[in-house]
Design a protein around this ligand. Structure first.
Ligand code: C5P
Length: 222
């Protein structure tokens, strides 16, 4: 069976996108960063002054723009109406508002639909919050990636430092914990481990070790 979908879910900063991208590269699968899609609509809404608590207005905006994800060596390049917003969707402002925007049913219905279309080829790795539970409930391999809040904040902190941005560690920790709380308690498709997902606590694992484990899981299923 060469039609395999890999679902990688977990809380913020667990390393999902890094790991998902490497797994996809290794297997020559398509990598789909679903968080980038929610980030893109959040960024567009802030820019266009669309009220973030209004699901219908957000949906109208989503229907009126084009969001493109392009998988690249460095990560996912994101275009809105052809404009490169790759770095704009990773700001604190977007981090702090993306959970609210992605809690709206009208937004989720459309995003999930797009994600399923993108996943149709079958040779895919998707990372997000609801891939194993909702987007692709029949995914052949489901992984739930976790790590302690402390460790996840540390990784983000170091990531920022590398970009030359000095951030407040405690603030970072609080932001991550708050986003997890919002994502896990929302009414529609909350962040949750699928019953048939394999949980990988990455607190003490390297990226290479996590990638190797997932590839092992995939090989077991082929
Ligand atoms: O993965 P990333 O941190 O980029 O996701 C940003 C936000 O997008 C999450 O905190 C969550 O609110 C939302 N999201 C979601 N469902 C997904 C992926 C992301 O609700 N499948």
């Amino acid at each position: 069976n060469n039609c395999i979908a890999i679902a990688i879910d977990g809380p913020a900063g667990a390393g999902k996108s890094t790991v998902a991208k490497l797994v996809a590269e290794n297997l020559s699968f398509l990598y789909i960063d679903t968080g980038a899609m929610y980030r893109a609509i959040t960024y567009a809404a802030i820019k266009e002054d669309v009220p973030l608590e209004n699901g219908q207005k957000l949906r109208d905006l989503l229907d009126s723009i084009s969001i493109k994800l392009i998988s690249e060596e460095k990560g996912t390049k994101v275009l809105i109406n052809g404009e490169d917003v790759t770095t704009d969707i990773r700001t604190n402002e977007v981090n702090q508002n993306v959970s609210l925007v992605s809690s709206h049913e009208l937004i989720r219905i459309e995003m999930v639909e797009r994600q399923r279309v993108l996943a149709e080829s079958g040779q895919v790795v998707l990372d997000g919050r609801d891939i194993g539970t909702h987007v692709l409930p029949k995914a052949e391999v489901k992984v739930f990636l976790t790590a302690s809040v402390e460790e996840r904040a540390k990784r983000r902190y170091e990531e920022q430092l590398k970009k030359g941005i000095e951030t407040d560690f405690e603030q970072l920790k609080q932001d991550i914990a708050r986003r997890d709380e919002l994502d896990s308690t929302r009414a529609i498709a909350p962040l949750k481990k699928a019953v048939d997902a394999i949980e990988l606590d990455t607190t003490t694992l390297t990226i290479e070790q996590v990638v190797a484990k997932i590839i092992e899981l995939v090989k077991e299923r082929v």
